[in-house]
Ligand binder design. Sequence first.
Ligand SMILES: *Cc1c(COP(=O)(O)O)cnc(C)c1O
Length: 463
Amino acid sequence: MRYVSTRGQAPVLTFEEAMLTGLARDGGLYVPETVPHMPARDIAALAGLSYEEAAFRIMRPFVGDAFTDAEFAAIIERAYAGFDHPARAPLAQLGPNHFLLELFHGPTLAFKDFAMQLIGQLFQASLERSGKRITIVGATSGDTGSAAIEAFRGLDNVDVFILFPEGRVSDVQRRQMTTPSEDNVHALALKGDFDDCQARVKDMFNDFAFRDRVGLSAVNSINWARVLAQVVYYFTSAVSLGAPHRPVRFTVPTGNFGDIFAGHIAQRMGLPIEKLVIATNQNDILHRALTGGAYETHGVTPSISPSMDIQVSSNFERALFEAYGRDGAAVAQQMDALKSQGGFTISQGALQGLRETYASGRASEDETRATIRALHATTGEVLCPHSAVGVKVAQDQPDSAAPMITLATAHAAKFPDAVEEATGLRPPLPARMADLFARSERMTGVENDLAALETLIEERRRA
Ligand SMILES: *Cc1c(COP(=O)(O)O)cnc(C)c1O
């Protein structure tokens, strides 16, 4: 299996190379050269398997010869051992044809753990073998950073630097990043918003001298291995509701488009997904782009679902690459326009292609709170604000015989203020992290300045 860049100008890589490098050297994102097909009988045979066994069968063709079967199976076992639900990604029923896929049973209570725990194990296996060292630099709107720090803390061959927008992440998210005491992890509070954090990380990747000097690696959702890990639960949930014999729909609370793009890969592999619904909060660039055809940044307005407060949605580039018939030059042109003019217009043909796969909707802050309140009253399910955006947008979709599966992307206890405001109840942290607020914090405040950031990273990383 080989991986190509969405901008068509970077070297073609193996799975292991694409995983370790993250962003392609032409600024693009790696995607598989071809998507392997999973025949209907193989999809049907996933029924009744453990999450780990299903994960092995679904991901194996993408990994190529990077790991033996036994190595890869062991990596998957270790990745999900820290989840506190035996099903890993259980389904709850919200209504007659509406299900909630609970993706918050991992160590940091958000779906990011599915990808990050796997990536931690993959990196460790690969770096142990090669003896190489790497420096991971990531931007986070809250959940990626905590999941990355949890996955890489204490690893010998890895230093981790996480940039988060100062004052824009929840207390639980911040504490999950600032309380680990291992000296290979560094939480950096940047004066700016998430898009600033993400832009500085991209700048570092485009500074090739720096990139090579520190062995820069990305575990943001642009990393292909993360997308791959997220393909698995689309299969397991759909199969438990009758796929491949019955089509399903998914609604996905979306920011950087990584999670929902994984759904598209599942669809391309052969899973019968009727529609993938993009759910956004008031930062609705994706919803506007899909309905009007113009991808235009308007600046970020902070919301109660901060992990979706994004205007530059990195992985959307992968969807555009598919929609433009894998024309890397066309994608590069649009990304240049985004950088220089703050937006671009999607061609009619590409827009039509996108609309066949995706639908979209947005939920306001009031609608989000009302959904948390209503779901709690009618089903007892306590939603985090991101999941509530998903449920609201799913409820607004036209009727279909295909069951709707809404992805619950985080645990309510990660966003207790918003949940308490909506329901009057403060969701407690699970027992295993009940002392989070008693632990001491460690972080560094940084300016939104590339040179200063690079200097800090060079000084702090272990040589
Ligand atoms: C990251 C995140 C999202 C958005 O996921 P993308 O893959 O960036 O679209 C939604 N909800 C929560 C809780 C998240 O942490």
